[in-house]
Design a protein around this ligand. Structure first.
Ligand SMILES: C[C@H](OP(=O)(O)OC[C@@H](O)[C@@H](O)[C@@H](O)Cn1c2nc(=O)[nH]c(=O)c-2cc2ccc(O)cc21)C(=O)N[C@@H](CCC(=O)N[C@@H](CCC(=O)O)C(=O)O)C(=O)O
Length: 143
């Protein structure tokens, strides 16, 4: 079955990391400051196009958290709206790709996953100090 092709990020360094994952068939070895990365394939909220979206790997008990940090920018990354519009999508971790259902975490659950995210990738804590928007945390449960 011909799988619909997905678009790469227009951001060079993101495109490069995505190409490495696609060419090697694994996310292993693709890192930011020594922390591992996983690859989402999201559907655009307006165009409906599939878009490769790498994010930091935050995993616990078979679920994942995805943090819409965008380095602490004042606005959410555009892909935040893609997940809100199409919350079911594949996540590749290593050589394994499975389907997940995403929901935005609130309250105590968000705090629990935020702590895991900062443990996995400490710069998240710094990003939150750079913006007064609360950085969204999605929890992804296996479909
Ligand atoms: C530049 C823009 O990027 P963005 O969606 O704002 O996301 C910015 C970044 O968050 C994104 O590049 C992330 O992959 C960066 N990034 C991380 N970003 C994070 O926010 N958190 C992370 O943990 C993270 C980790 C990470 C690890 C490796 C890596 O290579 C990149 C990583 C973009 O891709 N625009 C495209 C697509 C826009 C789009 O999705 N349009 C939607 C419409 C969306 C709407 O409704 O407005 C559509 O197609 O319908 C375009 O302009 O053509």
């Amino acid at each position: 079955m011909a799988s619909e092709s997905a678009e790469l990020s227009p951001t060079d360094w993101v495109q490069d990391q995505t190409k490495t994952i696609l060419e090697t068939g694994t996310t292993a070895g693709v890192e930011i400051l020594g922390s591992p990365v996983v690859l989402l394939t999201l559907r655009g909220a307006k165009t409906g196009k599939l878009r490769y979206t790498p994010v930091m790997r935050v995993e616990h008990g078979g679920s994942y958290a995805v943090v819409a940090s965008k380095g602490g920018a004042p606005e959410h990354p555009t892909w935040y709206y893609n997940i809100k519009a199409h919350p079911e999508f594949p996540l590749q971790d290593g050589t394994v790709t499975n389907e997940y259902v995403a929901r935005e975490a609130e309250g105590a659950e968000r705090a629990e996953w935020w702590a895991r995210a900062v443990e996995a990738y400490p710069p998240y804590a710094e990003y939150q100090t750079k913006t007064d928007r609360q950085i969204p945390v999605f929890v992804l449960d296996p479909k």
